[in-house]
Design a protein around this ligand. Structure first.
Ligand SMILES: [Zn+2]
Length: 256
């Protein structure tokens, strides 16, 4: 069994026995892994209280060759996720980031840029002071979809490639994977009508590659949330649990 070293974010912790935990990690080098941490509950030990949800750690683990759980042998704390406690929104937004990574990524499928984007988002959520969480999370979602090859086509018709104008209502095909022109729209199912301004905002977020500072201020409407929530739940085949705990993710009913 090879001994591996990695940078990781802790996505999930489940008690396995009185002393052990099963840890799901999103590593920069290997993608998502599941590992058993023996002695995880001991205060002094190889993990030294680094095993905490959404903590950024350096880990050493033994990779199992025949499937099954890897064995975590060491975890060293790099950044603890501890948002200011006056409001639960940044905490829940962090859980939402973890839920997205758990749902959208596969075991041993590395995405180092996505790792950096998630680590940066969690660090911003931990900051003291005013944070504008809604654009931060939208930028992360769009970047995650882009890096995983699931970003909806927002610039031209997904069927015929005709550039879309943003000065009118636009048809967004949830199961088509992007916007549809008036010629290609008939007969398509799961269509949401969005206004041109919402499409324009989505296009900005798609281009910003996770850097929210590059996006001019736009209102993130329920219509925009509807498009992104649908795109994500379409990919996963279910809704994300944290969606109902985060008011800024609320969507308005799309006209279909
Ligand atoms: Zn078309």
């Amino acid at each position: 069994m090879p001994l591996e070293k990695a940078h990781a974010l802790i996505l999930r912790l489940v008690d396995f026995s009185e002393t052990s935990q099963v840890v799901t990690l999103f590593t920069k080098e290997f993608g998502k892994i599941g590992a058993l941490a023996k002695g995880a509950h001991r205060h002094k030990g190889p993990f030294d209280s680094a095993l905490d949800l959404l903590t950024r750690v350096r880990v050493v683990f033994l990779r199992k060759s025949s499937g099954g759980l890897d064995l975590l042998t060491e975890a060293r704390l790099e950044h603890r996720f501890r948002p200011p406690d006056r409001d639960l929104t940044p905490l829940f937004a962090g859980y939402y980031v973890a839920e997205l990574l758990l749902g959208l990524t596969d075991d041993y499928d590395p995405h180092p840029e996505l790792f950096e984007s998630a680590a940066q988002t969690l660090q911003t959520l931990s900051q003291d002071g005013e944070i504008n969480i809604s654009p931060l999370i939208l930028a992360f979602e769009m970047n995650a979809l882009r890096l995983l090859g699931h970003l909806p086509n927002l610039e031209e018709c997904v069927e015929c490639g005709k550039p879309m104008s943003t000065d009118q209502l636009v048809a967004f095909g949830q199961s088509s994977g992007g916007v549809l022109c008036q010629t290609c729209r008939p007969g398509k199912r799961h269509i949401a009508q969005i206004n041109g301004e919402s499409l324009n905002t989505l296009q900005w977020y798609a281009r910003c590659k996770g850097n929210v500072d590059l996006v001019p201020p736009h209102q993130i409407t329920g219509e925009i949330r509807g498009v992104i929530n649908h795109s994500i739940s379409h990919l996963l085949g279910r809704e994300l649990k944290m969606q109902k705990h985060l008011r800024f993710l609320a969507q308005s009913e799309g006209k279909t």
